[in-house]
Design a protein around this ligand. Structure first.
Ligand code: 6R9
Length: 652
């Protein structure tokens, strides 16, 4: 059934060749695959030369104590110097680094020369507050330039940052401060969200009643709302940073100096502090940003819509683009404030040429309607990226057609907080793209799909996605817990990194991601991926979004339960629609994949990075009390779904 369904996904044989002009001028050509295959370590040594080193590394990889890797270990560099100063020294100080667009409509352009001054002042301020190389600084900020400046200021003085997403609660901040033993917290009075100021500092104040060790809190004034103040601990950013010298000599640190800790949004247990270090991480963030987005720093305007609190914000707002001297847009707010065309208005205003966003956003735009982006001039766009979840072919095709004028390559980029940078993705000037597939490992990366016994599956087969060779931006450990690092990632398959995702190879050997293996359903002895059933549902014109779970079932082991958001015109009370949908899935994937129940709902539970929380839907489908909802973007969604249940739970 699985091969059949994959063939079905591909049945229209849709393939899109790169535009000729993009291919002719592409940063990276097909040769890179050959070169990396012939000499993988030599390939990465060459990519490391994209960076400016104070001491050039002579060692490439030290894998003598797996799974603890060291990359470029005898090299020394300053990460912030690489992201800022060297562009000014190269004569590009007047180039805009950041076009900041506030949600209320205020804007601010920051050149590389100005960024250098700001980062230097912030580095001097942190030093004055007692932060030293090797210390940790927690950052809890909205999407404003100070977020990027704070990260770079830490990097500049060799301190590791731990960015905590601005939507997280006081509890989440407290656990993360404690686990990383942060000395200083950088926050703001608030940020603008959905048309109004939303406070941030109260959560920090609350968190600090529970943890010790934080000596100073640096507060950016963004919304001017009232804040409680702890004398001696709290300091205004504009006062302390503002009075510093704009001169700061960046010191070189070891390639393996910790750069940041980022806690994964893990659905169970204590959050894992993923540790990334400097030289290898920056090499791969820089190379992949150059290769996957084909960035031309002189002419492109790049925009990644992720929040700085996720790894995508770290690697593809701060480190990748800035190390490459890019001009980028940073937007503070939500896509529908004050209207549903806000993103497209921003693309038009700044002439955005490369856009990187998530499938959940794309499906929302589809739901809002094609007429909204059609009102704006999107002709500046030339490359479109997707990240965060499997992108269903319908959303992929919609994105290319309605946003990319049916000409922009869509690059579906698979990676994780743990991998640090993109691992599997098309190259926009090389790959003939297939809607819904991340396709193949980038040059220098070794990924494959294995079965339960760790045997590589043949083309056409499915199983577990694994990484078979170390890579420069790999996580180095889980902060403070080496054993958990080994157990979580390196124990399932001997000598291989197991990512937790299911995947398939098609007849060409291209990789299709199938979602987290914890979400795979077992129906009458058949493995069925939630991604495939969701993708089939969304390919029906009445369905805008779908989330599928397996619920315990006496006869079939698990039964498929689908939660669907219908498009505006479809009627949730329509009995025939539900049977239409079941038949549509049956016709697409085979009868065994027909959902036993289909429940129309108004919203789906998502994490704040847009990933569907199927665990909570399983609770609903199995009539259990709903579990921990603290990582939900909107905790009222589960109440809404449950309120809708009595009507929906009658057998259809
Ligand atoms: C970058 C990021 C990682 C998990 C990953 C996978 C899912 C990310 C994907 C994708 C299919 C893609 N994921 N990109 N699945 N296709 N292009 O999202 O990091 O927040 O750590 O999540 O996200 O399941 O294992 P992170």
């Amino acid at each position: 059934m699985s091969n059949e369904s994959l063939a079905n996904l591909l049945k229209e044989e849709r393939r899109f060749a790169p535009p000729a002009d993009l291919a002719a001028n592409a940063n990276v050509t097909a040769e890179a695959y050959e070169q990396a295959k012939a000499d993988r370590l030599g390939f990465w040594a060459e990519q490391a030369r994209r960076l400016t080193w104070a001491t050039e590394p002579t060692e490439i990889l030290d894998w003598s104590n797996p799974p603890f890797a060291k990359w470029f270990a005898d090299g020394k560099l300053n990460v912030a110097y690489n992201c800022v100063d060297r562009h000014v020294e190269a004569g590009n100080g007047d180039r805009v680094a950041i076009h900041f667009e506030g949600e209320p409509g205020d804007s601010r352009a920051i050149t590389y020369a100005e960024l250098k001054d700001e980062v230097s002042r912030a580095a001097n301020a942190l030093t004055e507050l007692g932060v030293q190389a090797g210390d940790r600084v927690a950052v809890y900020l909205p999407m404003i330039p100070e977020a990027v400046i704070s990260m770079l200021a830490c990097a500049r003085i060799g301190a590791a940052h731990s960015v905590v997403f601005g939507g997280f609660s006081a509890d989440a901040i407290a656990t993360r401060i404690q686990d990383a033993d942060a000395k200083v917290v950088i926050t703001a009075d608030g940020g603008y969200r959905r048309g109004k100021p939303s406070a941030l500092k109260p959560a920090v104040d609350d968190a600090l009643t529970r943890v010790d060790g934080v000596a100073k809190v640096l507060v950016v004034k963004r919304t001017e709302q009232d804040v409680a103040w702890t004398e001696g601990r709290d300091l205004w950013w504009h006062e302390v940073v503002g009075r510093q010298s704009a001169e700061h000599a960046p010191q070189a640190f070891d390639a393996e100096q910790p750069l940041f800790i980022l806690y994964t949004s893990g659905t169970t247990g204590k959050p894992k502090g993923i540790l990334h270090t400097s030289g290898g991480y920056l090499t791969q963030a820089s190379y992949t940003h150059h290769a996957v987005f084909d960035l031309k720093p002189e002419t492109d305007v790049y925009w990644c819509t992720a929040d700085i609190g996720w790894v995508t914000g770290h690697s593809y707002i701060t480190y990748g683009p800035l190390s490459n001297g890019a001009t980028q847009v940073i937007y503070e707010g939500t896509p529908d404030t004050p209207h549903q065309g806000r993103f497209w208005e921003i693309v038009q205003k700044y002439g955005v040429s490369i856009l990187y966003t998530a499938p959940t956003a794309i499906r929302t735009f589809m739901k809002w309607g094609d007429d909204i982006p059609a009102k704006f001039d999107l002709s500046s766009l030339r490359v479109l990226g997707s990240v965060g979840e499997p992108i269903n072919p319908e959303a992929w095709v919609w994105y290319r057609k309605n946003i990319g004028a049916d000409t922009c390559p869509v690059v579906d980029t698979w990676w994780q907080t743990e991998t640090g940078a993109i691992m599997i993705s098309p190259l926009p000037g090389v790959t003939e793209t297939k809607p819904g597939s991340a396709q193949r490992a980038l040059p220098g990366i070794s990924a494959t799909v294995v079965d339960d016994e760790a045997n590589e599956v043949p083309n056409g087969g499915g199983g577990y996605l694994v990484l078979t060779e170390p890579w420069p931006s790999m996580l180095r450990t889980i902060w403070g817990d080496d054993q958990r690092f080994i157990d979580t990632y390196w124990s399932r398959f001997e000598g291989k990194y197991f990512a937790g995702d299911g995947a398939k190879k098609d007849e060409d050997g291209d990789i299709w991601l199938l979602g987290r293996v914890d979400d795979v359903m077992l129906v009458s002895g058949h493995n069925i991926s939630t991604t495939e059933v969701e993708s089939a549902l969304v390919s029906h014109p009445a369905v805008a979004e779908a989330a599928v779970v397996g619920a315990a079932d006496e006869t079939t082991g698990q039964a498929i339960v689908a939660f669907v958001i219908l498009r505006g015109s479809a009627n949730a009370e329509d009995e025939s629609l539900v049977s239409d949908l079941r038949n549509h899935v049956g016709a697409t994937l085979g009868p065994i994949a027909k959902p036993k129940r289909i429940l129309p709902v108004a919203e789906l539970p998502k994490t704040r990075s847009g990933k569907i929380m199927r665990r909570l839907l399983r609770d609903v489908a199995e009539n259990r009390a709903v579990g921990d909802v603290t990582t939900l973007a909107d905790s009222s969604v589960m109440d809404l779904i449950q309120a809708e249940l009595p009507a929906a739970s009658s057998e259809d």
